[in-house]
Design a protein around this ligand. Structure first.
Ligand SMILES: [Ca+2]
Length: 346
């Protein structure tokens, strides 16, 4: 959903961007086109979108025109998308936002309230309770910050006035229209992140349609107000993306290679998120984990700027699965470490 190192991000963390906003000045004007229209029904490119929606029978024409007449360009959205925290903060700065006593304690309160649901979700999906809980903690502080932008404003602004990702967000806008029928969402009032991610787990419309589940059996898939559906949906998202129960996620590593210095790892660490080496190959580069991993499994190497200097980590397949939720190694590391901190208190 948001461009991170050229990759698309499937989630967004609305409050995080606000946090970053305190520290950085933004310049979105350079990348945003200026359509100079009072609402998106008047945008020059809306006609083609409308024709496409009507052709595919997604949503009635008159209703879409009415909805888009209410959709306005929001400069704050264009600013937010240009500086996501995952791209602007170091690991030390990023970690500090999520690994706090307050966030851990709130998580434990939330867990106690929904313990039976977490247990059922973990049993059915093979995704640990603490991992599901940590995602809720990172995304929305367990539902506290579900986003304050109208989703239709966010998706229209980015779909029509943010050329670098316009195609993606216009597709999300189209997916959003389905949610009125499929999930009973009021398209006019639905709120979410600056990037149109909704509810407790911050699902963008396409994820909502494909991965959300009705976990309390009331025949409505409600991620916005229903924590039970949210818990089941995060578990399902991880399961579908390949989470393997009981397999390792990540572990610290050390550089051990005589006659070479750490710059020899420059082209090995922080490459694409998808693991391209094996644990054995990383060891040949000099990167060795403290844990006895199966040396034939796929692995990825990370070099992060931690509080006490450079940290090396080896990520395995399950780590990659966390990055399917948000295409960022900082995000995945924070979510995993929060899960481990929560687990100690559960
Ligand atoms: Ca439900």
């Amino acid at each position: 959903m948001i461009s991170l190192n050229g990759l698309s991000k499937t989630r967004s963390t609305f409050f995080l961007t606000l946090f970053v906003g305190y520290f950085y000045t933004f310049s979105a004007q350079a990348t945003a086109s200026n359509s100079n229209v009072s609402n998106y029904a008047e945008h020059p490119e809306f006609k083609a979108f409308l024709a496409d929606v009507v052709k595919d029978g997604v949503y009635p024409k008159e209703q879409l025109v009415s909805l888009m007449k209410t959709a306005n360009r929001k400069e704050s959205i264009l600013k937010a998308i240009s500086r996501p925290a995952e791209r602007t903060l170091t690991w030390a700065q990023y970690r500090k936002i999520f690994l706090t006593e307050a966030r851990i304690n709130k998580g434990i309160d939330f867990y106690k309230k929904h313990k039976a649901t977490f247990e059922r979700a973990a049993a059915e999906s093979g995704v640990p309770e603490e991992m599901i809980l940590a995602i809720l903690g990172v995304e929305t502080r367990y539902g506290q910050n579900r986003g304050s932008f109208r989703v239709v404003d966010a998706l229209a602004t980015l779909g029509f006035d943010y050329p670098p990702r316009a195609k993606f967000f216009r597709k999300q806008l189209k997916e959003f229209l389905y949610l009125e029928k499929e999930a009973g969402i009021d398209l006019n009032t639905a709120k979410g992140s600056y990037a149109g991610a909704m509810g407790f787990p911050q699902f963008i419309p396409s994820s909502y349609r494909h991965y959300a589940v009705d976990f309390d059996g009331d025949n409505v898939i409600d991620l916005i107000d229903n924590p039970v559906d949210a818990i089941g949906s995060i578990a399902n998202y991880f399961k579908v993306h390949g989470w393997k129960n009981g397999e390792p996620v990540t572990a610290p590593a050390r550089f051990l290679k005589s006659g070479k210095d750490e710059s020899s790892l420059d082209n090995v660490v922080n490459q694409k998120l998808k693991p391209k080496y094996t644990v054995k190959e990383l060891a040949e580069f000099g990167l060795v984990s403290d844990l006895p991993f199966d040396e034939n499994q796929s692995a990825t190497a990370m070099r992060l700027e931690g509080k006490n200097g450079i940290e090396y980590w080896i990520g395995l397949k399950n780590f990659y699965v966390i990055t399917r939720y948000n295409h960022s190694r900082l995000y995945a590391m924070a979510a995993y470490q929060l899960s481990q901190a929560l687990k100690e208190k559960m």
